[in-house]
Design a binder for this molecule. Structure first.
Ligand SMILES: Cc1cc2nc3c(=O)[nH]c(=O)nc-3n(C[C@H](O)[C@H](O)[C@H](O)COP(=O)(O)OP(=O)(O)OC[C@H]3O[C@@H](n4cnc5c(N)ncnc54)[C@H](O)[C@@H]3O)c2cc1C
Length: 427
């Protein structure tokens, strides 16, 4: 159930901007900061450190963007999946409001990175729509919008007529449009951050899994099969793709699958009838469905859960049935790409900030929202490695705690998503 399928099957891998050329680590190095994992968090941290002249090395087990960063839907959303008031209730008003303010600005931070470093990532600045699939889903969206509006965010509620015009589907009862948000080619963005980090002076070594972290006289020895890095500070940016490198990290995350498909490019006549102004949409169904275009006007769609391996009927039929239900006039489409990844949930849907030993920092558990947050947490971890107080983080430093009843949660999510997927086949 918990596996990391190939990222090389994805549309993003087939259409991404080039990655910087790297080689596996070979031999021993000494740096100020070693970063483990080259997703948004690790690459953003490396870039922010290297820009300040800090000697930085990134060690990535596979390829840049191998984790969630190279596989995701590309929606650069603000905040978290939770409503802002729930965040405040869970972590208190001080941390909660600071967290919402910072993550509310997340999409602007990503824009800054794109502009400053000339990152080519097919960004489309249209706002992001969340569609209500039922009256109760819509009522929740309106409450979500109200809570953000009270905090000054530019979010608009849209009615049934407008969502039908904007989506090309009659199946939604309304929605909200978050004007802070937009969408990108996510692997191009991850590679763009990595390229900028290398230009600023960071070293990146792909195909270099870190196998051990060893404290050594106030420094850390970062061990790999082909060399070691001695570092003053270590940033662990392995998130939902964590292995057993640091005890308890993997067990703190509740892994949740997320899969995606992409069609062939649509002809212009039909394209103009579906997401006509190119807005991306995700919805309020328990196993949400999201749709967007890529730069060639392939329709990309996906949902939550791990697909059964192979060519099982539920997996084979899902994209066709879903498109037929949402856009009956679209006609049968060939699925040219199918891929999947893992989201890192936490028991309360709030990300974590840990410092389990002096000199080691990590954030994890982005709960399905990691493009803007990953960029932000990377920047914050870089600042922390350069001496910023931990209290400047909009999250408390907490001990690593394995999620309670993790296996049960995993079973619950998977069963619920596959039941939902099966049910959708009979719509
Ligand atoms: C299918 C899918 C759709 C999503 N859609 C969206 C979306 O639309 N919008 C959004 O904001 N977020 C979305 N997300 C979430 C988002 O992609 C993640 O939160 C984000 O990518 C996390 O970035 P990261 O850098 O923290 O971790 P990751 O990108 O997962 O990177 C972790 C890296 O650590 C490496 N690693 C692990 N162990 C080791 C080791 N021992 N040594 C060296 N390297 C190691 C891994 O190989 C991996 O490359 C989605 C996620 C998925 C899977």
């Amino acid at each position: 159930m918990f596996s990391h399928p190939r990222m090389h099957d994805s549309l993003w891998y087939a259409s991404a901007a080039p990655a910087p050329k790297t080689v596996p680590l070979d031999g021993d190095r000494a740096v100020d900061v070693a970063i483990i994992g080259a997703g948004f968090t690790g690459c953003s941290a490396a870039l922010h450190l290297a820009e300040k002249g800090v000697k930085t090395i990134v060690l990535e087990a596979q390829d840049i963007g191998f984790g969630g960063s190279g596989r995701n839907a590309g929606l650069v959303n603000a905040g978290l999946w939770l409503d802002p008031d729930d965040v405040v209730k869970t972590i208190g008003p001080d941390y909660g409001e600071r967290l919402m303010t910072e993550l509310g600005k997340g999409p602007s931070l990503v824009s800054e990175m794109i502009a400053k470093h000339g990152i080519q990532c097919d960004d489309v600045r249209k706002g992001v729509i969340k569609a209500g699939h039922s009256p109760s889903g819509q009522a929740h969206l309106e409450e979500h919008a109200r809570q953000w509006q009270r905090r000054g965010a530019n979010i608009e509620v849209i009615d049934r007529k407008r969502i039908a015009e904007m989506s090309g589907s009659e199946h939604y009862v309304g929605g909200i449009i978050d004007h802070r948000s937009y969408y990108i080619q996510p692997l191009s963005y991850a590679r763009g951050l990595a390229t900028a980090a290398v230009k600023a002076g960071a070293a990146i070594h792909e195909r270099t899994p870190v196998t051990k972290l060893e404290a050594m006289g106030g420094k850390w020895k970062v061990k790999t099969a082909t060399g070691t890095v001695t570092a003053d500070k270590v940033i662990v940016a392995t998130n939902a793709y964590s292995d057993d490198l640091w005890p308890g990290m993997k067990q703190e995350i509740i892994p949740v699958g997320c899969y995606m498909y992409a069609t062939e490019p649509l002809g212009e006549n039909v394209r103009k009838t579906i997401l006509p102004a190119l807005h991306p949409i995700y919805d309020t169904q328990p196993a949400m469905v999201f749709t967007r275009y890529d730069r060639d006007h392939r329709l990309v769609l996906g949902s939550l859960g791990y697909l059964p391996p192979g060519d099982a009927a539920a997996a084979r039929h899902w994209p066709h049935r879903t498109l037929r239900y949402l856009f009956p006039h679209l006609g049968e489409q060939k699925m040219s790409f199918k891929w999947a990844g893992t989201l890192g949930f936490t028991s309360d849907a709030i990300p974590r900030f840990h410092e389990p030993a002096p000199g080691i920092s990590m954030t994890l558990g982005y709960n399905g929202r990691g493009i803007a947050p990953g960029t932000y947490w990377g920047q914050m971890l870089a600042k922390r490695a350069m001496g910023m107080a931990a209290s400047e983080f909009p999250l408390p430093v907490t001990p690593i705690k394995p999620a309670r009843m993790r296996s049960l949660w995993m079973f619950f999510y998977e069963s619920a998503f596959s039941a939902y997927r099966l049910k959708s086949l009979f719509k």
